[in-house]
Design a protein around this ligand. Structure first.
Ligand code: GAP
Length: 512
């Protein structure tokens, strides 16, 4: 799986999807730039999310709030006091780690031993093997599982109670060494605030200290009344937003999975107090459907939070099986009235809704859906990346790497390829088709190299369709339409190209 992940990250760079930021200066850790095809793919992901949320729901409207907000925003939201991760340094390697991730890593190693034992037994017993029974009766596995459960429980308690001493004690008792140096020479565990701060130009000192937003949600909360009044929405209704967020992650790793600058797609759904549980369930269902519409065969699961954030009364992650295992892709949080009430208290401005049916004012409760656009990009990439052996033009086996994106998300929808480069009658006709098509979809014109090589290049960037103009085209006004996944070629009229490609790549099939 490590190997697969390396291949995906290598492919992203080689084919213009993602580059290391400031690469010529050896890069800046955990920041990435989206390249030629990456930026197109990312825009398509955002469009899929935005249209599903805003266009498809009469009661959801969108905004685009500023990244900088009044510093009191972050006091009210709890981020100044509670948006921390427990940090520990190794005195010998000078490397910094998250204490909870070190403990989780040690537990993953024990889990790996369990999996090894299970696989051994599977081989030994063959078809008769019952994994559940084996796990629940084998003494060694039961001891190891107990060890994992007890340690995770203790860690979660320590996190909840902000007991940094106990986290340190646990690291020592488990004999955890620095992955870099092998040393066990640790500092104390300390809380580390994840917000980036900067200084307003016009104001000196602490008064001018402002933050780069660590979540987009607060831009929605502080605008709640503005939006409700100007859009004339009635509760229940939602406000959606896509935008950058910044977190000074202690350990940022796994490519674009955990970055210091990333993009979120968030929606706050404002509901009547007491109905939040119902809406929480509804949004869990709606969001998993969104993922399944795109990747019906993907491995997704729900994972309830063990430790609730300071604002939540229920929270669940939608986890996706990345090449490095199941990890959080999206969060659905029942945020109570925490944010609106805190802003109301600190600002002294009422953030209430007058319910015309109940004839009363109240601070609405909020159910939030929050997905990282970059994580979704990595999920889409991981799902699409395929290595295959397929017949070449002579019928011999050949290897290809193909990105099997859903056509609606593919960066380029169709490549237009004249069979030969130096035949003006072919290139003129191909340009004519290209010029018509580019009015409707992102397409690509290419005449260099033989047609087989050109198909492979389009496979590698995930182009679902290729249109080839050959000598028959000049006779009967038809072209071949090649399907990326089946590699089947069908003959269609030039007049049909635009409509067929548009229909096959239409996003409405996902909404349906
Ligand atoms: N407003 C709620 C909120 O921000 P979160 O679980 O901290 O909740 C929501 O973040 C989503 O943002 C995550 O599910 C993940 O997809 C994405 N995300 C969070 N931190 C990230 C990071 N450092 N890099 C990339 N994506 C991140």
């Amino acid at each position: 799986m490590d190997d697969l992940f390396k291949k995906i990250t290598g492919h992203c760079k080689e084919y213009g999807f993602v580059y290391q930021s400031s690469e010529i200066y050896d890069g800046l850790a955990a920041t990435y730039d989206y390249g030629v095809y990456g930026s197109l793919l990312k825009n398509n992901i955002k469009e899929y999310w935005w249209k599903s949320m805003v266009q498809m729901h009469e009661n959801i409207v969108g905004i685009d709030a500023a990244i900088f907000m009044h510093p009191k925003t972050w006091k009210a939201s709890g981020h100044v006091d509670a948006f921390n991760d427990p940090m520990i340094d190794n005195k010998d390697s000078k490397k910094r780690y998250r204490a909870d991730q070190l403990i989780e890593g040690a537990m993953e190693k024990i889990e790996a031993k369990i999996i090894k034992d299970v696989e051994k037994a599977r081989k030994r017993f063959g078809d008769a093997f019952d994994e559940n029974e084996f796990r629940s009766t084998n003494g060694r596995i039961l001891d190891r599982q107990k060890n994992i459960d007890e340690n995770l429980k203790r860690m979660n308690n320590a996190l909840r109670n902000e007991d940094m001493d106990d986290l340190k004690a646990q690291i020592e008792e488990l004999g955890i060494a620095c992955p870099e140096s092998g040393s066990k020479n640790w500092t104390e565990v300390r809380q580390f605030n994840l917000m980036f701060s900067t200084q307003l130009g016009a104001v000196a000192g602490d008064d001018g200290k402002i933050y780069l937003r660590p979540e987009t949600a607060q831009g929605i909360f502080v605008n709640f009344l503005n939006v409700q009044k100007t859009s004339r929405q009635k509760i229940p209704f939602g406000i959606a937003q896509i935008g950058k967020a910044f977190r000074n992650e202690i350990v940022a790793r796994q490519f674009i999975f955990r970055m210091r600058e990333f993009e979120q797609m968030e929606m706050q759904f404002f509901v009547k107090p007491g109905t939040q549980k119902e809406w929480y369930e509804k949004w869990k269902e709606t969001r998993i459907k969104w993922h399944k519409a795109l990747h019906p065969d993907s491995s997704l699961r729900f994972h309830d939070h063990d430790n609730l954030a300071h604002y939540a009364d229920a929270a669940v992650d939608i986890e996706f099986q990345f090449p490095f295992g199941f990890r959080e892709l999206e969060g659905i949080h029942s945020r109570t009235d925490f944010d609106l009430s805190s802003h109301q208290d600190l600002s002294g401005k009422k953030l209430q809704y007058f319910d015309p049916e109940e004839k009363e004012n109240y601070v609405p409760y909020v159910v939030e859906t929050s997905i990282g656009c970059d994580r979704m990009f990595l999920a889409v990439m991981s799902h699409a990346y395929t290595e295959e052996t397929v017949p070449d033009a002579k019928g011999n086996d050949s290897e290809r790497v193909v990105l099997k994106f859903h056509p609606a998300l593919a960066p380029i929808k169709c490549a237009v390829l004249p069979l030969l480069k130096n035949k003006e009658e072919l290139t003129d006709k191909a340009r004519e088709v290209f010029n018509k098509l580019k009015m409707h979809v992102n397409c690509y014109y290419e005449e260099k190299d033989n047609i087989g090589k050109r198909y492979r290049r389009q496979d590698a960037i995930g182009t679902p369709y290729c249109v080839t103009i050959d000598f028959d085209t000049l006779e009967d006004n038809t072209v071949t339409l090649r399907d990326r996944d089946t590699m089947e070629q069908t003959r269609i009229s030039v007049d049909e190209v635009v409509e067929i490609v548009k229909k096959k790549c239409d996003m409405t099939q996902l909404f349906a």
